[in-house]
Design a binder for this molecule. Sequence first.
Ligand code: B3K
Ligand code: ZN
Length: 878
Amino acid sequence: MRIESEQTVYLKDYAPTPYRIVSVELDFKILEESTRVRAQLTIEPRKKTAPGTPLVLNGDELKLDSVALDGAPLKQSAYASDPNSLTLVEPPHRRFVLETEVTLKPEANTKLMGLYRSGGTWCTQCEPEGFRRITYYLDRPDILAPFKVRMSAPKAVAPVLLANGNLVDQGELGDGTHFAVWEDPFLKPAYLFALVAGDLGSIKDSFTTMSGREVELGIYCAHGKEAECTYAMDSLKRSMAWDERRFGREYDLDVFNIVAVSDFNFGAMENKGLNIFNDRLVFAKPETATDANYHGIERVIAHEYFHNWTGNRITCRDWFQLCLKEGLTVFRDQEFTSDERSRPVQRIHDVQNLRTSQFPEDGGPLAHPPRPDSFREINNFYTTTVYEKGAEIVRMLATLLGEAGFRKAMDLYFERHDGDATTIEAFIKVFEDSSGRDLSQFVTWYLQAGTPQIGVSDNYDAASQTYTLTLTQKVDPTPGEPTKKPLLIPVRFGLIGPNGSPMGWNGVSGGTVEGDLILLEGDSATLTFTGVANKPVPSLFRGFSAPVKVSTNLGQAELLFLARHDSDPFNRWDALQTASIALIANAAQGKAWSDAEVDALRAALVDTLDNPDLDDAFKAQALSIPAETVVSRNIGRDVDPDAVSEARKALIAALVSPVSDKLAAAYAALGTNAPYSPDAGQAGRRSLRNGLLSLLVAGSAQGAALAAQQFHDATNMTDRYAAMAISAHHWTADAPALLGEFRTRFAGDPLVFDKWLTASAQAPDHEVIERMRAILAAPDFPKTNPNRLRSLLGSFVMSNPTQFARVDGAGFRFITEAVVEIDKVNPQVASRILTGFRILPILETSRREAGLEALRALKEQHSLSRNVGEILDRILAG
Ligand code: B3K
Ligand code: ZN
C-alpha cells in the first residue's frame, strides 16, 4: 500500500513563523474553464528573524505561473516552487511585497477544499488548510491579516459576487464580465477567507444591533429556493439578539451573508461575514423538512453566527487548539437552543448525542484528548470529542463558576483576547483570574482522553442518622495514554427522602461540597452526611453535570423511584434509560428478566405518559427505549449485535403488549389538524406521537398498519418520514412499498432523497447490502456529493449494527470497498465513513476478526489518502 505523506505534526514543535503577513490583496479572474488568482502579500520578517532566513509558503496542488518581488520578476535562483510550497531562498530583511499568480481548475476540484464549483456556483472552503489550494500562503491560524479581494466573472453565469467583509466597489467591465471589490477590515486567518460567484437567488432582511447599527442580512441560494430560507433567516436574527443578551456580543460588519450550496464536506462554515452552508442546513418547508431538520437549521445557523466572536475575533493559535473555538461555540449553541426551546429536553438530546457518538470514540481506537498533541491529518480531528466533549468541558466551567461567575469570565476572555490567536491555556487562565480558582487540575479534561467511569456506593446508619456516599473515578487506558490522572469532576446532586421530597442534612465531611455540588478530586471520596432523618436515594450528576459513565449502585426499584420523584428532569429520564439498558443488556447476555421487572418498568413508563405536568417532548424522550448501539456500548465487550437487537425487540414487545390499546389511544389522541408549525410545542407533540408509533410497530400487531396509514395520511414530512423510517427500521411487510412510494413521490428533491437513502440503509434485513450496492451502481447516483454518500453509507455504519457487523464480514467489506472508491474523489468523506470501524474492539471475536480482515485488505491492496491512512492505522493499532 502507498499512503500519502505520513508526516506527523506535534504540538510541542509549535513555533511562530519567521515572517508575518501584514496585508493581503487578492484578484480572482473567474472564467468558465479556469480561475486565475493573483496574490499580493505584504510580508515582513519578525524582529528576531535572522537575515537570510528562507520564507516557505504553503501550497497544495498549485502550479505557479509567475512570481515577483516589489514589482520585479524573481530570478529562478531566488525561489523554489512545487505544488506544495513556494520558498524564497533569501528574502529581503525588510517589508516587501510578494506577488504570485496561479491558475486553478475549480471544476475538477472534487475534494471540495479550496475553490470549487457546486451546482455551477464557484465557492470556497478553507478551514483548516484549504487556502493553500487557492494561493501560496502562510496557511496557519496564527497568521492574521486584513484582506482586500477583487473578483471578476462573466455576468451571465455569475451575477452575484461575494467575499468577506464589506462591498467597497463594483462595476461592469464591458466584455460581458463584471467585478466586485470586498474589503474585510478585521484581521483574520486564511481559513476564514471565502468567496462566492454564481447565479443565485436571495432573501434579504436587516438587524439593528444593541448599539443601533443596522446590519444587512442576506441568504443566497439556488433560484426557486428563496421561500425555503425564511426559517434560517429567522434563526439568524434570533441568534444575533441572543448573543447580545446572553454574552453582550454585538455583530461588527455592515453585512452578514449566508450562501447555501449543495456540495459541502460538512455542515457549514463560519467565514467572516460570509458563512457558507450545506443546503440541508438552510432549506426548510413542512412538506420536505422534518422537525429535526428545523431544529438542526436553527442550531447550526446559531453556531456559525456565534463563531464570529468565539473563533473569528478570537481564533486558535494552531489546530491543536481547535476545541478552543469549537467546544466553546457548541456550548453556546446548546445554550441558545435551551433558551429558545426546552432546557431539559435539549440537555437530554445533547447527552444522547454524546453517548451515541462521543463515548464510543473516547472508548475506542480513535480516542484522543479534546486538545490533541499530534496528528497526521488535521481534518480527522474535527471530531465529536473536540466538539461535544469540548462543550461539556465548558459546561463544567459554567457549573463550577455559576451563571454570574461564568459570564464575568467570558467578558474577561473577550476583553483580554479580542484579536488574538490563542490557546486552551490562555482560556483557562482567564477563568482562573476572573474567579480566583485554581484550575490546574481541571485543565486535564482537555489533555487526557477517555470517559471517566464513576463507581458509587453508599450506606445509611439509622441509629446515628448518618449517610455515607463513596464516589470513585477511573479512566481506562487509551491509545498512547497507558496511565491516567484523576480529574476534577463536578457532581451536582441531591438526596431524596422516602416520600419523594428532597432530604436535608445538617453537616457533611470527608470531601468538598459547594452547595449542591460535590467536587470529586481524587481517585475516590467518601462523604459523610449527618442529620439525615431517613435512608435517602441519591440523585447524582443532575443535569449530567460531567461527561462520565456512572456504574450506579441503585437497583430497579430505586431507579424507578427516581424516575417518578427526582426534581431533576434529566435524571428522571436517565433513570428510565438505565433501567431499560439493564434489562436488555442482561437478556442479550443470557440473563432473562422477570415478569415483575418488566411490569415495574412498564408502570413507570405509563405513569410518565399519563403525567399532566410533563411536556410532550420530554415524554417522548422518556418513552424511548435506548438504541441498540447504546446498549452494546454498555455491555462493552464480546457484543453480539444480533443478541442485543433480539433482546431489545423482546423487551419492547413485553412492555407494550399488555398496554397496546392504551398506547394506540394516546397515539390517536395526539393527532391534530392544526397547520404545521416547527415550534417546540408542536414538534414535541409529533415526537411523542411518533415515539408511540415506534413502540407500537415494534411491540404490537396493530403497529405496522398504523405506520402505513400515517405514511399515507401525513400532511408534513416529520410524520411521513417517521412512518417510513419506523417501518424500514422494523422491516415491516409494508416497508418496501412505503420506501418505493416515498422515492417516487419526492423524485427530484435531493434532500428528500437523502432521507430515503438513510431509511434504506437502516433496514436490518439480510438483503440490505445488495440493495445498497444497487443504489450506488445506478448510473444517476451522484457519487461525488457528500450528503448522498453520508446518508447512505454513514447511516449504515453508524446505525445498522446488525448488518454492518455481520458475522460473514459482508457489511465490513461493503464499506471498505466503497471507501476505496470515495477516497479517490473526496478523502474527507471517505475517512469519516471509515471511522465506523471503531466499533470493532467491543464485538465478539468472529465479528471483530471479520472487521479486521476487511481493514487489513484495505491497507494491503490500495493506494490511500493521508486522511484514510491515518484512521485505518489508528483503528488497526487500537
Ligand atoms: N469550522 C467549521 C468546520 C470545518 C471542518 C473542516 N474539516 C464548521 C464549524 O464547526 O462551525
Ligand atoms: Zn464550529
